[in-house]
Design a protein around this ligand. Structure first.
Ligand SMILES: Cc1cc2nc3c(=O)[nH]c(=O)nc-3n(C[C@H](O)[C@H](O)[C@H](O)COP(=O)(O)O)c2cc1C
Length: 71
């Protein structure tokens, strides 16, 4: 959804920190459905520059934590 939005010139932001009880009440979400992530969308005033990507070696662990990806 975020990539599609971007392709249409729409910005987005994922949000995991929200009041689940309030959201469920607001949107009439049934008890057995657990919202885990929301996406907000909007037309940005400007597009920020992409931040530096950390190398895969730094962020990918293979089989166990600390065994770094050597790609
Ligand atoms: C899984 C996920 C959950 C996030 N949850 C929140 C959130 O609860 N509140 C918030 O303000 N931003 C949230 N963000 C947005 C990040 O704080 C940040 O603005 C976004 O990832 C862009 O920053 P970056 O370019 O450094 O990744 C979330 C991002 C991701 C990927």
């Amino acid at each position: 959804m975020m990539l599609l939005a971007y392709s249409l010139g729409i910005g987005s932001c994922p949000v995991v920190s929200f009041n689940k009880t309030a959201l469920k009440e607001l949107l009439g979400i049934p008890e057995h459905v657990e919202p885990v992530l929301m996406l907000s969308f909007g037309y940005p005033e400007f597009w920020p520059k992409a931040p530096r990507r950390r190398p895969l070696r730094e962020v990918v662990h293979v089989e166990e934590y600390g065994k770094h990806f050597e790609g």
